[in-house]
Structure formats: structure tokens, C-alpha cells
Design a protein around this ligand. Structure first.
Ligand code: ADP
Ligand code: MG
Length: 618
């Protein structure tokens, strides 16, 4: 039987695994190594070199040696701020994409990731021979958004792989862990790798792996620690030796490797000594203690606690309710990280599974499930972020809430706001904020060509479908005319908007504000709808009743106009009610009048129609 392989395409390291009769196993390279450094360098001839030779800086100079490529998947250059300053290689692009220049050419993150995937594919082919199918399960951080998932799938296809499924890394880790330990109960998976942080809460029960909630930060990991240390080193060298190396790619590359080295050593040692021969015959000699290091990184570690609290809250569980806490990712080897996680959950986390391998092993389990091998395992994952569309007044109308089990589908009907409208623009959004522009814009498309109808009559049905990969498809259909538009939400890979984690943080920080802003917008839209109708009623009744009878309604209308210009949605809603009240006697009069005038010279149908017409409320 053919094998489907599982791949962990990591920020730092990538692995490929497959299922053997005795459980999932990592596929080694010719030298017996499992980890493939996720690094691509371009040699003199422009030929790509993938893996450890590239990683060690031996294949090419620093400006043609690319690592942490995953940080750029599905994002635009303007999504990044200061953090790119200490990268030894150049990065180009715009708000929608990132490119890595190499001489006269340039590569996208998807292309470089495809090179890494193709290397793993060849490794599996050599090891498994004829057994390998080209089918694969690839893992992504749970907190990857739609664009980042699409980019990963594209990279797989570019490498000649048939991507059967994209699964979430912490879920994969739980799969490997659960099968290994035959555990039942509720577990938290805390995954801090090179570039991303994810936390998932899962329930394991009789082969069912159900994700209850997930949260994270897709720009937080060991890379940020390396950035901090590199910046510190550069500043110190400048201060003590008057050497500004911050524009020297070779030096940034060297200091960065030194930083990572020191960081790793500090996981087991209390102190490291740095000794570097600087240019101009100068010597930089310094000790870094674990205490110094912990002070430097404490804010980064604290940033992981917010998503933990949020995932627990979304799952409706307390930290103490976890039966087990599983650590995944190389950065969880840092003692401070372990300590903070232990403190948060009130228990010692599980770290005996190899944090480097567990994700790939889980991917192999899921691959085997899809190939029909492993049978008694079912995975139910969730979508990390809410999805919706922009509606009147620029608010986000949510169709699918975050942490909804996938695959799933949601459908809602919308209508037009203007008479004779023959098209409707659909703006697809992802995020937790109330106001559309605060969320990530995934796509915009227009459904056009339906016949003109009065406002409110067309029925535009919008369907969101999230497949098992967490990838979204949107369809819009006008039901009366059957006009349809379908979009696979092809990513606008990064629109230069807020990072996802920022969006969530903001949603929490601004929860109250957002709601008020939304209510204000809605109240104003409501008021706007009343103005023309009220004007119309007043105009019709001028000739019918004495001026004094119109005064209460005129006053109510004025007062509504006044409060609309202010910020108090409650006052607007109250003023709308007052206007409705004041209009009621006039509407009744209009009804009577219509009845009178129609009596005698109209059919009963005409009469009813006239009365119906007159009865319309303000
Ligand atoms: P990814 O899944 O993003 O590829 P990994 O889980 O392989 O990441 O973790 C890689 C990160 O872990 C890197 O930032 C690396 O420097 C860091 N790391 C690896 N070993 C250690 C260690 N002993 N102490 C601290 N950090 C480590
Ligand atoms: Mg990882």
C-alpha cells in the first residue's frame, strides 16, 4: 500500500515522517539526521542549497542565505515593522507580498518553502522507495490565517506534492502525544517555536481528538529572542568599541548565530562567555548570565500568557482543569518559559516527547488516517479566527465565529440598500473586531447582473465554507434571479493591515469601545432611514391638518437630527422612538384620508392598496 507522508514545515527546522507498523517515525537523511534546517542559500552560480550547509553559512554569503522564511508566508512587507532590521539578508516587496532578491532574480517565500518541501520529498522517496505517493499532510501554526494557509498549500503544490490536508501544529502534537501515551482528558498544548506561538486546548476521548479552542501569535518565537540579543550586541559593540556594524550583513549574520548559540547554552548553563575578534583588531569579551537573559526576554514570555488565558476562556475551562500540559517547540527548552507555563497551569508540563519531532510525527498519523491505515482516530479541529463580511456603515457582520469546528458552513441573506441596485459588493473579513476596517481584508468581489428591484427586495445569500484545511470559500447568490458568484478567497497575501495577534489584542482591549462604535453606526443608519420618510409624511400632511398638529413631529425630527451629530447611540435610539410616536397620529390621519378618497370610486383591491400605502410608518 502507498504511503502518505507528514511534513512539519517549520520556521527553523522541517521534518518528514511516515507511519510504520510500530507507530510514526521520522524519515532521516543520508547521514541519519531528522531535522532539515529551513534555510535556503544561493551559491555563486545561483543554484539553491537547502539545509544545514546553508544554515551554517557555508554555501553562500549572508545576503544570499535565507532563513525564517515561514515568517513571511502569506504576508506583505508592510506587515512588518522594526523587526526586519537585524536580518542579514535583504527583503523587498510591497503591502501584498515579500520577495527575496538574489542578484538579478528574486524569490517569493512560497518558492523558497517549495524548495524545502521538495528536499523533504526527495528524502522520503529515497528512504521509502516505491512506497511513496506524492500525497502529503503539512502542518501550519494553528493561528495561521487564511492567506498563510493558502501560501503553504501553494508551496506544497509547487514542490510537486498533492497536499491532502493542512493541519494545525498543536493538534498534530496532541495526536502524536495522545497515541503515544494513550491518554484521555483535557490537555493544553503550548507550542513556542522559532517564529510562532500557538496554544490549543483539546479533549482526548476514545480516539476522538477534539480541539476546543486555539489562540496564539503568529509573529512570536525564538526568532524574536535572537533579534533582541542581536540588537543588544550591536548596541554594546557600538558603545564600547565605537564600531557600528548594523549595516554590515556579514557581521549581523555572525552575531545572530552567536546570539542563538548563547540563547541555547543558557537553557542549560547559568552563564556564557562571548569572545569575538572585531574589526580593527578589537576584542569584544563579555559574560551573559541567565539572569540578564531572562530580564531581556521576560516581556516576550509574558506575551504568550494572554493567548493562553484567551484559549482557556474560549474553551470555558480554567487553567486548573487541564489534565496535562504538553510543551512543543524548541523555545520551550528555555527554563523561564517552562517556569511561567508551570505557574500558569499550576502543574509541571510534560516535556518528555521530543519537542522537535512531535509535530511531524502527528502529521504522519493524520496522513495515515487519510490513507486509510489508522482507523480509530478522528480529528476535529477549529478555525482560529472569526470570518464575516462588511455590512452597511462599515461594521463586520460575523458568519463564522472563531473556534468553530471545521469543516463548517454558514449562510446568511443580505439585501440592497438602494432602489434599482443591480450589484452588491462583498468584502470578506477575518478577525475579532466590530469595525470592518480593523479586521484583515481577505477578499473583495462583486455580485452583479441581477435585475433592478426596489431596495430591500433582492435576497443575496452569502455562503461561507471552511474546508478541513481551514481554507475559506465564499459564494454569493441572488435568490430571485439565480445570479451567482463564487470565489475561492485567493489571498491578498498580506494587505499591510494590523497583524492578527494585534487585532485580537485590540479586540480585547477595545471590546467595549468597539461595541459602542458599532451601536453608534447602527443607530445613525437607522436614523438616516427615517429622514426621507418623515419629510414625506410632513409634506403630505401640510395641506390636511393645522400647522400646530405638525409641530410635535417637526420637533421630534429636529431633535433626532441634533443627536445624530453627537456620539450617544442611546440618545439617537430614544429620539427615533419619539419620532415614531409623534408620527403615529399623522399616519392614522393619512390612512383615514386614503380610505375616504378611495371609497366609492375604487375597487376593493385598489382601496386596500391605497390604505396599505398610507399606513407606512415613519
Ligand atoms: P519551528 O517549529 O518554528 O521550526 P522549533 O520548534 O524547531 O521551531 O524551534 C526552533 C526554535 O527553538 C529556534 O528559535 C531555536 O533557536 C530555539 N531553540 C532550540 N533549542 C533551544 C534551546 N535549547 N534553548 C532555547 N531555544 C532553543
Ligand atoms: Mg514547530
Amino acid at each position: 500500500m502507498g504511503k502518505v507522508i507528514g511534513i512539519d514545515l517549520g520556521t527553523t527546522n522541517s521534518l518528514v515522517a511516515w507511519m510504520t507498523p510500530s507507530g510514526p517515525q521520522i524519515v532521516p537523511d543520508e547521514e541519519g539526521r531528522g531535522l532539515l534546517p529551513s534555510c535556503v542559500a544561493f551559491d555563486e552560480a545561483g543554484k539553491p542549497v537547502v539545509g544545514s550547509v546553508a544554515r551554517q553559512g557555508k554555501a553562500a554569503p549572508a545576503e544570499r542565505t535565507f532563513f525564517s522564511i515561514k515568517r513571511f508566508m502569506g504576508r506583505g512587507l508592510t506587515d512588518f515593522t522594526g523587526e526586519l532590521q537585524y536580518l542579514p539578508y535583504p527583503v523587498a516587496g510591497d503591502s501584498r507580498s515579500v520577495r527575496f532578491p538574489v542578484g538579478s532574480r528574486s524569490y517569493t517565500p512560497v518558492q523558497l518553502s517549495a524548495m524545502i518541501l521538495a528536499t523533504l520529498k526527495r528524502r522520503a522517496e529515497r528512504f521509502l522507495g516505491e512506497f511513496i505517493l506524492n500525497e502529503v499532510v503539512i502542518t501550519v501554526p494553528a493561528y495561521f490565517n487564511d492567506a498563510q494557509r493558502q501560501a503553504t498549500k501553494d508551496a506544497g503544490e509547487m514542490a510537486g506534492l498533492d497536499v491532502l490536508r493542512i493541519i494545525n501544529e498543536p493538534t498534530a502534537a496532541a495526536l502524536a502525544y495522545g497515541l503515544d501515551q494513550k491518554k484521555e482528558g483535557t490537555i493544553a498544548v503550548y507550542d513556542l517555536g522559532g517564529g510562532t506561538f500557538d496554544v490549543s486546548i483539546l479533549r482526548l476521548e476514545g480516539g476522538l481528538f477534539q480541539v476546543l479552542a486555539t489562540a496564539g501569535d503568529n509573529q512570536l518565537g525564538g526568532d524574536n529572542i535572537d533579534d533582541l540579543l542581536t540588537a543588544l550586541f550591536l548596541a554594546e559593540i557600538k558603545q564600547h568599541h565605537g564600531l557600528d556594524l548594523s549595516d554590515d550583513r556579514m557581521w549581523i549574520g555572525r552575531l545572530r548565530r552567536l546570539a542563538e548559540e548563547a540563547k541555547k547554552d543558557l537553557s542549560t548553563q547559568e552563564m556564557v562567555r562571548l569572545q569575538v575578534d572585531l574589526p580593527e583588531g578589537k576584542l569584544w569579551d563579555r559574560y551573559v548570565t541567565r539572569n540578564d537573559f531572562e530580564q531581556l526576554i521576560a516581556p516576550l514570555v509574558e506575551r504568550t500568557l494572554g493567548p493562553c488565558a484567551q484559549a482557556l476562556k474560549d474553551a470555558g475551562l480554567s487553567a486548573q482543569a487541564m489534565d496535562e500540559v504538553v510543551l512543543v517547540g524548541g523555545s520551550t527548552r528555555i527554563p523561564l518559559v517552562k517556569a511561567r507555563v508551570a505557574q500558569l497551569f499550576g502543574r509541571t508540563p510534560h516535556d518528555e516527547l521530543n519537542p522537535d519531532e512531535v509535530v511531524a510525527l502527528g502529521a504522519a498519523v493524520q496522513a495515515d488516517v487519510l490513507a486509510g491505515g489508522t482507523k480509530d482516530v478522528l480529528l476535529l479541529d477549529v478555525t482560529p479566527l472569526s470570518l464575516g463580511i462588511e455590512t452597511l456603515g462599515g461594521v463586520m457582520s460575523r458568519l463564522i465565529d472563531r473556534n468553530n469546528p471545521i469543516p463548517c458552513q454558514a449562510r446568511e441573506t443580505f439585501t440592497t440598500a438602494v432602489d434599482g441596485q443591480t450589484g452588491i459588493e462583498v468584502h470578506v473579513l477575518q478577525g475579532e473586531r466590530e469595525i470592518a476596517q480593523d479586521n484583515r481584508s481577505l477578499a473583495r468581489f462583486t455580485l452583479t447582473g441581477f435585475p433592478p428591484m426596489p431596495a430591500g427586495l433582492p435576497k443575496v445569500e452569502i455562503t461561507f465554507l471552511i474546508d478541513a484545511n481551514g481554507i475559506l470559500r465564499v459564494t454569493a447568490r441572488e435568490l430571485r434571479s439565480e445570479v451567482e458568484a463564487r470565489v475561492e478567497v485567493r489571498p491578498s497575501y498580506g494587505l499591510g493591515e494590523d497583524a492578527i495577534e494585534q487585532m485580537l489584542e485590540d479586540a480585547y482591549a477595545h471590546g467595549e469601545d468597539d461595541l459602542i462604535r458599532r451601536q453608534l453606526i447602527e443607530a445613525r443608519v437607522e436614523a438616516e432611514r427615517r429622514f426621507p420618510k418623515a419629510e414625506e409624511l410632513l409634506a403630505e400632511m401640510v395641506a390636511v391638518v393645522p400647522a400646530a398638529a405638525l409641530e410635535p413631529m417637526q420637533a421630534a425630527l429636529e431633535s433626532l437630527r441634533g443627536v445624530c451629530a453627537e456620539q450617544d447611540y442611546k440618545a439617537i435610539n430614544t429620539a427615533i422612538e419619539v419620532l415614531e410616536e409623534s408620527a403615529r397620529p399623522l399616519v392614522e390621519l393619512r390612512v383615514n384620508q386614503a380610505t375616504q378618497s378611495a371609497l366609492g370610486n375604487a375597487s376593493i383591491d385598489e382601496l386596500l392598496q391605497k390604505v396599505e400605502q398610507a399606513r407606512r410608518q415613519v
